[in-house]
Write a protein that binds this ligand. Structure first.
Ligand SMILES: [Zn+2]
Length: 211
């Protein structure tokens, strides 16, 4: 099940599917241009070598702040900043897109840090998606109720379906919804009646309004 994650700053793409997983942004400082650029190139090389999809934003006509905003809007999950203080310490700063939490690490450890941050983000995102789903899920036992809730755009509807093609088509037509999938784990625990034909079944399907 794919759920779009977003906040006021736009989209947050799940790390695994993001076309650009990490954006690297130099923080220019007069007199330190060369060491900063060198560190930035080093970071990009290391990430690329580890198979991470990385983009270097070295546009000279944009401030770092407007670059942060630009990439946040596009949902790039992780940002690596390299500024004068980072370079002095042989470090970089890693920023999570979802929480905007910043943390430093040694430049030499940037790959490990990115991988670990991505793992944590993925775990947190699926936890949030699951919590969202819980809060917005409605179990319904009739097509009429499903139709009404979908019209009102009330989150996700869960209903029993016998598994037959005819009933499936009828559900899709009547409810005018997008079938999100069958939640396997729960299907095993519960039993109910198909909302179309009334046959007993363990199939639960989730549908959401087709936006
Ligand atoms: Zn049926």
């Amino acid at each position: 099940i794919v759920i779009a994650h977003g906040d006021d700053n736009g989209l947050v793409l799940p790390y695994d599917v993001a076309p650009i997983q990490v954006v690297v942004i130099p923080i220019p400082y007069k007199g330190k241009e060369e060491p900063i650029n060198e560190a930035v190139r080093d970071v990009v090389r290391k990430l690329e070598a580890a198979g991470i999809r990385v983009e270097l934003d070295d546009r000279e006509d944009l401030t770092p702040g407007s670059k942060f905003y630009y990439w946040e809007l596009r949902g790039v999950p992780i940002r690596v900043e390299v500024g004068p203080r980072d370079v002095e310490r042989g470090e970089v700063t890693v920023v999570r897109r979802d929480t905007l939490e910043r943390s430093g690490c040694k430049l030499d450890a940037v790959v490990e840090k990115v991988v670990e941050t991505a793992k944590q983000m993925t775990a947190d995102l699926s936890k949030r998606a699951w919590e969202w789903m819980r809060k917005h899920i409605h179990y319904v036992d009739s097509l009429e109720k499903a139709e009404k809730l979908i019209k009102e755009r009330e989150g996700v509807i869960q209903l029993f379906w016998c598994g037959s093609e005819d009933c499936g088509r009828e559900i899709e037509e009547r409810v005018d919804a997008r079938v999100l999938g069958v939640p396997m784990d729960e299907s095993l625990e519960r039993e109910g009646s198909c909302v179309v034909c009334g046959r007993r079944t363990r199939y639960l399907v989730r549908v959401a309004a087709a936006y």
